[in-house]
Design a protein around this ligand. Structure first.
Ligand code: FPP
Length: 232
């Protein structure tokens, strides 16, 4: 039986190495990475994946050189501008994960606008994790969950998994079934740590800019062969 994952999440890695291997500036690696994002979104939509989540910028990525950070912010803003009509045409809802308070004001505004405009779309949900880190997400959720309990005179003993998860950035999304990381690294790097509890992991050697439809299909095929027991 070849079951399709409902939710696929990507750790897009290797833009820099892709560029360095070609003696190109890292910025061109990220630009090629953005092309690969377009390709993956299109493929996922055609293939009937309901939820696609992409790790675009982590809470740790701020420590990169300022020029690279600015370049990534601009790339995401221009991606939004150019892709919004396509998202609407193809029934794709955009959701943002992460703390957007620290993002450049114009990017934050564009993200919120795109979320609003696509809110009614039911074809696929594309989540972009920007200024996202799982530990940061969990701490923000813990603060809000405990404040909410305290406000109604309840204590920590009444905190349940479902109640807690409703404060995570991913509230309303199913847990990822399949997490794919490119460029040969085998770790989660602070991505969806709570949500990945029972995710299947797939590691590709391909750097993100080269990750194509065939690679995506191979990961789906491999997923179809796995037996998921959820600890049972
Ligand atoms: C990892 O490559 C990639 C990133 C830090 C950012 C991902 C960004 C994109 C794919 C481009 C734009 C995104 C969108 C949503 C349009 P790396 O720089 O860590 O590569 P390296 O490990 O080889 O140096």
């Amino acid at each position: 039986m070849n079951t399709l994952p409902k939710h696929v999440a990507f750790i897009m890695d290797g833009n820099g190495r892709w560029a360095e291997a070609r003696n190109l500036p890292r910025a061109l690696g990220h630009r090629a990475g953005a092309e690969s994002v377009r390709r993956a979104v299109k493929f996922a939509r055609l293939r009937g994946i309901q939820f696609l989540t992409l790790y675009a910028f982590s809470t740790e990525n701020w420590s990169r050189p300022g020029e690279e950070v600015d370049n990534l912010m601009e790339l995401m803003a221009s991606f939004l501008a150019s892709e919004l009509p396509g998202l609407l045409e193809n029934g794709i809802r955009l959701k943002v994960l992460g703390d957007r308070a620290a993002l450049p004001e114009s990017l934050g505004r564009r993200l919120s606008e795109a979320e609003g405009l696509t809110a009614g779309m039911t074809g696929m949900t594309l989540s972009l994790a920007i200024n996202y880190g799982s530990r940061d997400e969990i701490i923000r959720a813990a603060r809000r969950a405990t404040d909410c309990l305290a406000a109604s005179g309840r204590t920590g003993g009444q905190l349940t998994q479902d109640f807690f998860a409703s404060f995570l950035d991913t509230a309303g999304l199913p847990d990822p079934d399949l997490i794919i990381r490119t460029a040969g690294e085998m770790r989660l790097s602070n991505f969806l740590l709570w949500q990945a509890a029972y995710a299947e992991l797939f590691f590709s050697r391909r750097p993100w800019p080269d990750f194509g439809e065939d690679d995506f299909e191979e990961a789906l095929r491999e997923y179809g062969k796995r037996t998921r027991k959820f600890g049972a």
